[in-house]
Design a protein around this ligand. Structure first.
Ligand SMILES: Nc1ncnc2c1ncn2[C@@H]1O[C@H](COP(=O)(O)OP(=O)(O)OP(=O)(O)O)[C@@H](O)[C@H]1O
Length: 597
């Protein structure tokens, strides 16, 4: 019962959502659906008049012609309306698909980083995206199907009941019984789908791995194709068996109900024919009753099928409803709007992704405008996490982050983020033009060709050049679209650095900006970054002491804690971790020397 109530609530929510999206079109489609439901019955009644007029021979040829004309005119009118109806249906299909897709991606962009790192939210999103092309419309179609079939069913039933009131018993009991059993199967179907959603995501993931470029090389080289295909097929076979067993149940129930219904209706047809034979009924009426019986059978079944489909697509609408109701990140909640960042201060900040293990513990430091700061530490020590906290991507931290002396939680995030230019470790490689790849750093200023060229130079981009000072900005990058130039890992990184520099920011944050660069490019990139760092806050993450030592302040992170803060020489005497990293650097450069000699 609880499930039924939930489904009814969902259906009403779905109708509201569809109404909000489709607006006036909704009324038109409803009107046309009502007409589509009524038209077969009107047509049958008109035909009955025609047949009875012929049989009774009381009408003139003129009157007969008028009746025939009305009947044919109505048929033509119905077929016109049916074409108009299918036009409106396709219009709505597109509107629903695109608008719901839009709502999903709009909502995704408003979620917080925490939501995106939550597998449940992420999986929901993937599933919604995958089925957006047909599920919402399927729900709508099922609703229309129910309305249209119900109108035909009820009006046909009225015709039969007016003739033989006792028929009401068969007409009502049979469809309800059938619906009851179908809904029981639907519930089982729903439960199966719900329980296997994790396995369905796994199957989806395997298919994603096998059909995308990022995974192609590794799958090929490690010979994983057959292994993955086997896993995929095993999962799908299990789903197929479950679905087959549901379909078999549906078939058996359908078989039983159709047989009972056919026998009952056969008896009614028999009574009608005998009544006509004995002169108690006119031929036109017999034809109407027989046709009505047919319409009751087919529309009764259509109603049950559509209710089943609606029930099934409710699973999707439930997901959609949950997803659209997720709390969004409150970017405008902070009262204070800022135009520039002059200082950043962490006071006893601790942070945990999962709510259990802390990735950062008790972090305290401060940075002022004009400072160049390096963050150094071994893998997994918490450097990138610290950078993401500075970016304001997480709000569930303990302690205090002060920006210009103001609590970050109080600052309007939109204004805050405008002040920051960041290069993440997993920066994006936009499959757009070279120019777009740079100006996406500041979309409010996309036409400053001179600045784009200068920024590319600053980031040491030494390819796709027209001349010394100008670049082929219209050159498409990547290989997803026509005439694209695929870049190497290091070339992509330089373009991403240019994007960061293009932003008119007061804080520059670079997370391992030279991870994909050769030694010469690395030196050039850092030289230009160090030159840039005069009036802003500049911060970079590195594993190399040789690079970090150029900073005025170096923060050493170890196991999520600050192990030392200071200049190179200060840390060489005070920080064990720093000295360890320095020695490792030395060993690496000696190995390089030996290799090169
Ligand atoms: N999205 C996440 N969800 C849960 N835990 C995470 C997430 N990102 C990082 N961690 C954990 O937080 C810790 C710190 O990770 P972080 O990426 O900040 O380290 P890092 O110092 O930048 O490492 P590296 O030098 O390898 O880039 C690690 O233990 C890691 O497992």
């Amino acid at each position: 019962m609880e499930r039924v109530n939930k489904n009814l609530k969902l259906i009403s929510k779905t109708i509201k959502l569809i109404f909000n999206i489709t607006g006036r079109n909704f009324y038109w489609v409803m009107l046309l659906t009502l007409f589509t439901g009524l038209s077969p019955v009107i047509s049958v009644l008109l035909f009955q008049q025609l047949l009875n007029a012929i049989e009774l021979k009381q009408s003139t040829l003129n009157q007969l012609s008028i009746l025939l004309f009305i009947y044919l005119g109505f048929s033509l009118f119905s077929s016109w309306l049916s074409s108009i109806s299918s036009y409106f249906n396709s219009k709505l299909r597109l509107l629903l698909e695109y608008k719901i897709n839009y709502l999903i991606i709009e909502k995704s962009s408003l979620l917080s980083m925490k939501d995106f790192e939550n597998s449940e939210v992420y999986n929901k999103l993937t599933r919604l995206e995958n089925e957006v092309g047909y599920k919402p419309f399927q729900t709508f179609q099922a609703l229309l199907g129910i309305i249209s079939a119900a109108v035909t069913f009820i009006s046909s039933a009225i015709i039969l009941i007016l003739w033989k009131p006792a028929l009401i018993i068969i007409l009502i009991i049979l469809p309800f019984l059938s619906l009851y059993y179908y809904l029981k199967i639907a519930q089982e179907d729903f439960k199966i789908h719900f329980e296997r959603s994790n396995s369905e995501r796994q199957a989806w993931y395997i298919s994603y791995l096998l059909t995308h470029d990022f995974s192609f090389k590794e799958i090929k080289m490690y010979g994983l194709k057959n292994y993955f295909l086997k896993r995929f097929w095993a999962l799908k076979s299990r789903f197929r068996n479950q679905d087959n067993s549901i379909n078999k149940k549906k078939m058996i129930y359908g078989f039983i109900f159709n047989t009972i219904q056919d026998i009952c209706m056969g008896v009614v047809v028999f009574i009608a024919v005998i009544s006509a034979f004995t002169g108690k009924l006119l031929i036109g009426n017999v034809a109407t009753y027989i046709k009505s019986i047919g319409m009751i059978q087919s529309n009764g079944q259509a109603m049950v099928n559509n209710i089943y489909m609606l029930y099934e697509s409710n699973l999707y609408m439930e997901l959609l409803d949950e997803f659209l109701s997720l709390e969004t990140e409150k970017v405008n909640s902070g009262e204070v709007t800022i135009g520039a960042i002059n200082s950043i201060e962490f006071k006893n900040v601790s942070f945990s992704y999962s709510g259990t293990d802390e990735s950062l513990k008790n972090i305290s430091f401060s940075i002022k405008k004009g400072e160049l700061v390096a963050i150094i530490g071994v893998n997994g020590s918490g450097k990138s996490t610290l950078l993401k906290l500075i970016c304001g991507l997480y709000t569930h931290y303990k302690g205090l982050i002060l920006i210009n002396g103001i609590d970050l939680q109080m600052i309007n995030k939109e204004s805050y983020r405008k002040c920051i230019a960041v290069l993440f470790q997993d920066y994006l490689k936009y499959e757009f033009t070279l120019g777009d790849n740079v100006t996406l750093g500041d979309v409010d200023n996309i036409n400053d060709t001179q600045k784009i060229n200068k920024t590319l130079q600053l980031a040491n981009v030494d390819f796709l050049k027209n001349s010394e000072e100008s670049y082929r900005l219209d050159n498409q990058l990547g290989n997803w679209f026509d005439e694209g130039t695929q870049l190497s890992g290091g070339q992509w990184q330089k373009v991403a650095i240019a994007r960061t520099y293009y932003r008119d920011a007061s804080v520059f944050l670079l997370d391992e900006p030279s991870s994909a660069l050769d030694a010469i490019s690395e030196k050039r990139v850092f030289d230009s970054f160090f030159k840039l760092a005069n009036d802003q806050i500049s911060m970079f993450i590195t594993h190399k002491v040789a690079v970090a030592k150029n900073a005025e302040k170096i923060i050493v992170i170890n196991f999520g804690e600050i192990e030392g803060v200071g200049t190179h020489s200060e840390l060489m005497s005070s920080s064990e971790v720093y000295r360890g990293l320095y020695q490792k650097d030395q060993i690496d450069s000696n190995v390089e020397l030996v290799k090169n000699s």
